[in-house]
Design a protein around this ligand. Structure first.
Ligand code: SF4
Ligand code: SF4
Length: 184
């Protein structure tokens, strides 16, 4: 067993009851990730999207999670307060069955990166602009196995180098092909 090591876990808490649907979070996220930074603003490029339920006048902010190369084998159906919600509504994945959380031009997946920056921001941009505190930011310390954490960091560095050299699309194609040939 490896040594324990402290790790900072970043977390954004969403209180949908407080969200008023202003969509400032979508606007600032897309502007922060534009190249050059703040040069454009297009919610379709945002890594947070706010869904609206007209029957209950409820807004639900959803963060972009990991990319998945194939859609689910089944579908989730949520019933809240007696009302059924659309399949996939609360799902965070960028997946082939819908356009959500994909770069509109390239189709490449979008994922929330907590506004990684150097030097780090005190709070992610979407949290900063949410004036009603529907989004709040927390950091907490967790103990993790040192070896496991180091291996993951090594893997991330290696992947980043490959992506820089070959582009994300090629890497994803290759991984998809390898997964299929492993299944066969
Ligand atoms: S900025 Fe806050 S209140 Fe406005 S849509 Fe986003 S989560 Fe909702
Ligand atoms: S934390 Fe940053 S990257 Fe993630 S949704 Fe908010 S503004 Fe976008």
């Amino acid at each position: 067993m490896g040594e324990k090591k402290k790790k900072i876990v970043k977390q954004i808490k969403v209180d949908a009851d407080l969200c008023n649907g202003c969509r400032a979070c979508e606007a600032v996220c897309s502007a922060f990730h534009a190249s050059p930074r703040y040069s454009s603003n297009n919610p379709a490029r945002s890594r947070i999207r706010v869904h609206f339920d007209p029957l209950r006048n409820l807004y639900v902010p959803v963060y972009a999670g990991p990319y998945t190369e194939s859609e689910c084998m089944g579908r989730d159906k949520y019933t809240i307060d007696g009302k059924e919600y659309d399949e996939c509504l609360f799902c965070r994945a960028s997946c082939p069955s819908r356009d959500l959380f994909k770069e509109p031009d390239s189709g490449l997946p979008l994922k929330c990166d907590m506004c990684e920056d150097d030097p780090p921001l005190e709070e992610p941009m979407c949290v900063q602009v949410c004036l009603v505190d529907a989004l709040t930011y927390e950091e907490r310390e967790e103990e993790v196995e040192e070896e496991e954490e180091e291996k993951r960091e090594d893997l991330e560095v290696g992947l980043e180098a490959l992506i820089n050299e070959y582009g994300l699309e090629k890497i994803m194609d290759t991984v998809a092909r390898m997964a299929v040939s492993k299944e066969e």
